[in-house]
Each structure stands twice: as structure tokens, then as C-alpha cells.
Design a protein around this ligand. Structure first.
Ligand code: 5GP
Length: 194
């Protein structure tokens, strides 16, 4: 997605050869116009799949998911990373090792909002080693819901998550695939440059 690549080139900060900071439009401050375009792109790619709900994870998955949900006309559910006073029964949970924080979180969704009749689109901001996506797939499976695919805003193609998921037969649609973060520069996978 050209607009996204341009934004990453302009505002992305390479923190290391493994970590890209995009706090100015995705992970802290949010660019609503870009999120709308991202939501429309996800909706376009999954429009034929009869999605009933979008499943994401707090907090940075929420903005692109809401925009996609608006476009597809379906609700958005976000998995919570922390215990909540109000989220206390009928829980569907999974363990997720955080890439950025190097800690393991139990993520949870209320079983009230996902059921066996659902066809889910899973969305997240980044795909690194695939732990967050695997946790969300786990929750979908526990609910008995079908997963049409996973939409990722920024996939780091040099880490293992994309291969892991695709090898399992999961459809992964990434709007930008970063191939490297060398010398402070972001390089994108060739076919994504068109
Ligand atoms: P994974 O679970 O695929 O290993 O990592 C994905 C999660 O870690 C995403 O939800 C995202 O929050 C975070 N993440 C992974 N890599 C990066 C990165 O390079 N930059 C930022 N900002 N977040 C990342």
C-alpha cells in the first residue's frame, strides 16, 4: 500500500535492526485519514469473505480495526492484555509473549462476543514473530469460530511470524512488508513497491 509505505519512509524511526517506531501515526498518535485508507484496504481484500466480526488486540490494533469494521459493517472485538473488573466470566484466553516488552501476557476476550457461527478477520498493527496472531487464532479456535484470514498493517518480513502463519495455511494480508531495517533505513519487499 503506497500511502502507508510513504508514511513509514517519512515518519518511521528505525530503533534497531529489528524494531521500527511509528508512534507518529499508528502506535501513539493516530492519523485518522491513514487509518481510514488502511481500513478500506483491509475491507477490499476481505469483502468477499462474509466476515461477521473483526478480532484484534489492544491497543494499537484498535484504530485500523475500527476503520475496517466501519467499512465492512461488522463489530470489532479487542482482546484485553490486563485483568479487568468487568471482564470476569465466560473468558476465552491465550498466552502471548510480547515482542516489544519481552514479557508474557494472558490476553482475554469475552465468550459473549464470539461464537461458533462467526467468521473472523484478525487484524494487528505489526507482525514480528507471530505470537500475538497465534494468541488470537487460539482464542478464535476456543470459541469455535472460523478465521478468514489475518490483516497486518506492517509485517517485518525478516522475522518468522509471516512464514509461521502462512505455513499453517492461514491467509495473511500485509499492507506493507518491511524486508530490512539496516543502517537506519527501511527497505520494503519488492512486490509491495508497486
Ligand atoms: P509478534 O507477536 O508478531 O512477535 O509481535 C507483534 C506485536 O509486537 C505487535 O502487536 C506490536 O505491538 C509489537 N511489535 C512487534 N514488532 C514491532 C516493531 O518493530 N515496532 C512496533 N512499534 N511494534 C512492534
Amino acid at each position: 500500500m503506497k500511502l502507508l509505505q510513504e508514511k513509514i519512509q517519512k515518519e518511521g524511526i528505525v530503533l534497531s535492526e529489528e524494531v521500527l517506531k511509528v508512534d507518529s501515526f499508528l502506535n501513539h498518535q493516530v492519523d485518522p485519514h491513514l487509518m481510514q485508507a488502511i481500513g478500506m484496504e483491509f475491507a477490499e481484500r476481505f469483502r468477499a469473505d462474509n466476515i461477521t466480526k473483526i478480532l484484534t488486540i489492544e491497543s494499537s490494533g484498535i484504530a485500523p480495526s475500527v476503520m475496517a469494521g466501519l467499512e465492512l459493517g461488522v463489530p470489532v472485538i479487542f482482546a484485553r492484555k490486563r485483568a479487568s473488573l468487568t471482564l470476569n466470566n465466560n473468558l476465552l484466553s491465550a498466552e502471548v509473549k510480547s515482542f516489544t516488552k519481552k514479557e508474557t501476557n494472558t490476553i482475554s476476550v469475552s465468550g459473549d462476543f464470539i461464537s461458533s457461527g462467526d467468521k473472523l478477520l484478525i487484524i494487528d498493527d505489526f507482525l514480528a514473530n507471530g505470537q500475538a496472531a497465534l494468541g488470537l487464532l487460539d482464542i478464535a479456535e476456543k470459541a469455535g469460530a472460523e478465521v478468514a484470514g489475518i490483516g497486518i498493517v506492517i509485517e517485518k518480513g525478516f522475522q518468522q511470524g509471516g512464514r509461521l502463519l502462512r505455513d499453517r495455511g492461514v491467509r495473511v494480508e500485509s499492507l506493507a512488508i518491511v524486508d530490512g531495517l539496516q543502517d537506519g533505513r527501511v527497505t520494503f519487499r519488492k512486490e509491495e513497491n508497486t
